[in-house]
Write a protein that binds this ligand. Structure first.
Ligand SMILES: *[C@@H]1O[C@H](CO)[C@@H](O)[C@H](O)[C@H]1NC(C)=O
Ligand SMILES: *[C@@H]1O[C@H](CO)[C@@H](O)[C@H](O)[C@H]1NC(C)=O
Length: 516
């Protein structure tokens, strides 16, 4: 009896050990200095460490309070973290410039990454990693490093896919329904918008392939022998953790190794600072929260737009909390609280916060759907137009374009989202957002461990490897077309022959008749 119980216990323990997740050595490569990007990754990296994995992170943002299992290789101070670079106006020229700028930074990041002594130690000491997590943004340099370390790669991003990322994962880019983040068209672009997005999609792909990839390849070759083409390494990414979710962005066509894990950065809300809490809770009609993120500066925002916002919200019974980097706003009414820094997630979590007037950054948009707060979206640059289109299409909010921003238009938009029916729909949407078989964070961690566990298997979509002429069935069309054309000519020739013969025969007969 006793031995049987012991045996059962032994079996149980063995099973737990065998199915238990083995701790992994994980390297994160984040040479891009965008703070809002790393803010998302940080929560994932910390969670990996918390679950027992040994995590080493190369980034510009070392932890202030080091936690166990999380080791920093700090690139801080090697680049200036850029601010105040975003013009309020959006034009083709600005988009071209942003493309240039992003790619240029990517090549510089590569040189700094590989030139860093602590990073060099990794390959000089032949450090062993079970998986390397590489940001998918403006450079593929990290893929070369991962290849040198001989580890499988998990791709990760904190925004929508860049135009040059579709082909590596074999995801079709079809501008008739795939939103282009820099423009407003969403999933139903007009002909004009489709022409625009085709041209700019091509522009981004070309500068990435012929500039970024080329320069990075040469930088890598200075340190390593035989680095395969970065394009090929990109296709070898085992799993891509896409910061996306179909409840907000709509159903999209993705390859099976591209996993939607959007939403994991949102933390459980914390207690609000006393003054903000008081301001919110003493409001009779609720609160509207306004923030245009950290990139947009007061000094670059036209005064007439600021005044339109102030005069619109001063007509509302609601109180307003506004994140703004100037202490004073002109003629600020009593119902507005202005502050340079605000705990956005904790504010949006408060049930008395009824609407969010936002520039549609991905972080704020995600927090809004998480807490079920309707959005009035005014996109400015980057992926914000795409996010704003998704906000409107999903029903999370409405959109207002900068050029249309007047007191009357803004008031109308805010009143639309304050409507109880609108709010109810947003609550439903938020409920669906949370209703998943596995939380976004669990899912991100699961697929990371999966990539390490099955490092010898390939999950890439065959469409990533198909040459363009096959993908567009040009060869098939050529073969079938040639057969059809050949058949046509054969038939025509036969027909002609038959006609000729019948004529000949009838002539013959006539001649015979005559001679008779
Ligand atoms: C964990 O990572 C650190 C830093 O990369 C490394 O020095 C250490 O040896 C690793 N620990 C284990 C158990 O592999
Ligand atoms: C993966 O492949 C390598 C080299 O071919 C081999 O040494 C290793 O045992 C394989 N790993 C697993 C988990 O099958």
């Amino acid at each position: 009896m006793n031995t049987r119980v012991n045996f059962a216990r032994y079996l149980l323990i063995t099973c737990v050990i065998m199915t238990g997740v083995q701790t992994l050595n994980i390297l994160g490569v984040f040479p891009y200095e965008g703070k809002s990007h790393f803010f998302v990754f940080h929560s994932y990296l910390q969670e990996l460490a918390k679950r027992g994995h040994n995590v080493t992170v190369i980034s510009h943002f070392p932890q202030k309070n080091p936690s166990p299992n999380y080791h920093d290789i700090s690139l801080a101070g090697t680049s200036r973290v850029f601010e105040d670079m975003i013009p309020f106006e959006r034009s083709y020229f600005v988009i071209l410039k942003i493309g240039f700028f992003i790619v240029d930074i990517g090549t510089e990041n590569c040189r700094k990454l590989l030139g860093h002594p602590e990073v060099q130690q990794l390959w000089k000491t032949k450090a062993k990693f079970d998986v390397v997590v590489v940001e998918q943004f403006n450079s593929d340099c990290g893929l070369g490093l991962a290849h040198q370390l001989g580890a499988p790669v998990v791709g990760i991003n904190s925004h929508v896919l860049m135009p040059f990322h579709y082909s590596r994962f074999g995801i079709p880019y079809n501008p008739s329904f795939v939103p282009f983040q820099f423009f407003n068209g969403g999933t139903k672009p007009t002909l004009y918008e489709r022409i625009e997005s085709n041209i700019f999609h091509a522009y981004f792909k070309i500068i990435f392939k012929y500039w970024s990839q080329n320069v990075n390849q040469r930088t890598l070759a200075q340190y390593f022998d035989d680095v395969p083409p970065l394009d090929e390494l990109a296709k070898d990414i085992k799993i891509m953790l896409l910061y996306h979710n179909f409840i907000l962005y709509g159903s999209t066509i993705l390859s099976s190794n591209v996993k939607e894990v959007g939403g994991y950065h949102v933390a459980a809300p914390k207690e609000l600072p006393a003054d903000i809490k008081k301001f919110i809770e003493e409001s009779e009609h609720g609160v509207i929260y306004i923030s245009f993120g950290s990139m947009l500066k007061a000094s670059t925002t036209p005064r007439d737009k600021v005044e339109a916002i102030i005069s619109a919200v001063s007509e509302l019974p609601q109180r307003v909390i506004w994140k703004w980097d100037e202490k004073t706003l002109p003629g600020i009414p009593k119902n507005i609280l202005v502050s340079k820094w605000l705990p956005q997630n904790d504010i949006l979590a408060h049930p008395k916060v009824l609407a969010f007037f936002s520039h549609c950054g991905l972080l704020g948009t995600t927090e809004a759907i998480y807490h079920g707060v309707p959005v009035v979206g005014m996109p400015v640059f980057g992926d914000q137009p795409g996010n704003a289109a998704a906000i409107e299409e999903s029903g999370l909010g409405v959109r207002i374009l900068i050029e249309d921003l007047t007191k009357e238009n803004l008031l109308e938009k805010i009143k639309t989202v304050l409507d109880p029916n609108f709010r109810n729909k947003v609550k439903q949407l938020s409920k669906a957002w949370h209703d998943r078989p596995m939380s976004a964070m669990d899912s991100a961690i699961y697929w990371t461990e999966f990539a390490a566990k099955y490092r010898n298997l390939t999950f890439r979509s065959p469409s990533a490897d198909v040459p363009l002429y096959q993908y567009m069935y040009i060869d098939v069309i050529l073969v079938l077309g040639s057969i059809l054309i050949t058949m046509f000519f054969v038939a025509r020739t036969l027909l002609k022959l038959i006609l000729y013969l019948t004529r000949l025969l009838s002539k013959d007969n006539k001649n015979k008749l005559k001679s008779n």
